[in-house]
Design a protein around this ligand. Structure first.
Ligand SMILES: Nc1nc2c(ncn2[C@@H]2O[C@H](COP(=O)(O)OP(=O)(O)O)[C@@H](O)[C@H]2O)c(=O)[nH]1
Ligand SMILES: [Mg+2]
Length: 325
């Protein structure tokens, strides 16, 4: 049984080549996508590989009168062989990804998850430590990414550890935002200050003076709108935070993350909080973008439940979320 492999940029291109070279009777045995080899830190390109059985070889489907009865067992073995080759090729793809992570390809035979985690720890910064008291931490990001949910989790954890917490919310824009933060703060008996203008921040901070940790929740503004951007810059300047965490959902695409990092750079974030890890489809593409951003990964949001403890960002957890293992 003659098998051939075709590689192309898209499945359509591959099928067109197969039809041109083998005609319409070729049998497609397997297809897969893989990433091309690339320099560390450069996003790899996707390619499609198609395994084909050439049309003139007898197969179990060959039931023309007078045809030799197909050897079912050897046909099955050939299919199995093609499958094994495809699995080998998939392992090659994983090895390429490991190379990007700086892990040894030979680690495929060893503790796979551990070597991926080690590669991640070498390429990315993880820092889930909130500054020592008294401290101010701001959460920024587009609307709906999970800022308020994550802020509540951080506040509840600090409370459980015996800390004194205050919350300032500047989200007076989104419908229901005030009710949401008020309910979350009431739940933990956490003092809440609502500010409408950067000039209100000073008074709010004075009223929350006894708090060891003060968290600032911001609205999801459009940083491309000059007035919105200038407003947030002013708000952050008035708050004077020790840390600014940019919140992004794990489901964001690499180009969208790159774009957000660029547009939010003027607000000088120093941490990246990745929410909605439970909805992540293809996190691996985000890694080069995160690495280049220089931001420290702080926390991961793993569900919509506010009562969940905040999950500190760590290389082992990220390795699990990559679904490579
Ligand atoms: N599945 C999932 N949903 C989340 C997560 N974090 C937040 N959400 C949901 O995302 C929506 C927006 O969250 P919110 O905190 O209000 O976003 P904000 O506008 O950035 O403050 C809400 O429905 C949350 O329940 C998460 O980690 N996983
Ligand atoms: Mg919010």
């Amino acid at each position: 049984m003659a098998l051939r492999k075709f590689i192309a940029g898209t499945i359509e291109e591959a099928f067109a080549r197969i039809e041109r070279e083998l005609g319409g009777d070729a049998i497609i045995l397997d297809t897969r996508t893989f990433l091309t080899e690339c320099e560390p830190g450069v996003a790899p390109a996707e390619q499609v590989e198609v395994w084909v059985q050439e049309p003139d070889t007898p197969t179990a489907r060959d039931d023309a009168p007078g045809a030799v009865a197909p050897d079912i067992v050897s046909d099955d073995l050939s299919r199995l062989h093609a499958r094994v080759q495809a699995v080998h090729a998939q392992l090659d793809t994983l090895a390429q990804r490991l190379d990007w992570l700086g892990a040894e390809s030979s680690a495929l035979s060893g503790d796979f998850a551990m070597s991926v985690a080690e590669g991640l720890a070498r390429n990315l910064t993880f820092s889930s430590v909130l500054p020592d008291a008294p401290a101010r931490v701001a959460l920024i990001g587009p609307s709906g990414v999970g800022k308020t949910t994550c802020l509540a989790r951080l506040a509840y954890r600090a409370l459980r550890e015996g800390g004194t917490i205050g919350v300032i919310s500047a989200d007076t824009v989104r419908i229901g935002a005030r009710e949401q933060i008020a309910t979350l703060c009431e739940h933990g008996n956490i003092p809440l200050e609502i500010v409408y203008h950067p000039a209100d921040v000073d008074g709010a901070l004075r009223r929350l003076d006894g708090s060891a940790l003060t968290l600032l929740d911001t609205p999801g503004i459009n940083p491309r709108q000059p007035e919105d951007g200038a407003w947030l810059v002013e708000l952050l300047a008035a708050f004077d935070p020790a840390q600014v965490h940019l919140v992004q959902p794990a489901s964001v695409s690499a180009p969208a993350l790159r774009d957000t990092l660029q547009t939010y750079a003027r607000f000088t974030p120093d941490h990246l909080l990745i929410s909605k890890m439970d909805e992540a489809a293809y996190l691996v593409d985000l890694l080069p973008v995160i690495a280049r951003s220089g931001l420290a990964l702080s926390y991961f949001g793993m569900s919509s439940a506010v009562a969940e403890a905040p999950v500190p960002a760590a290389s082992e957890r990220l390795a699990q979320a990559l679904r490579l293992t």
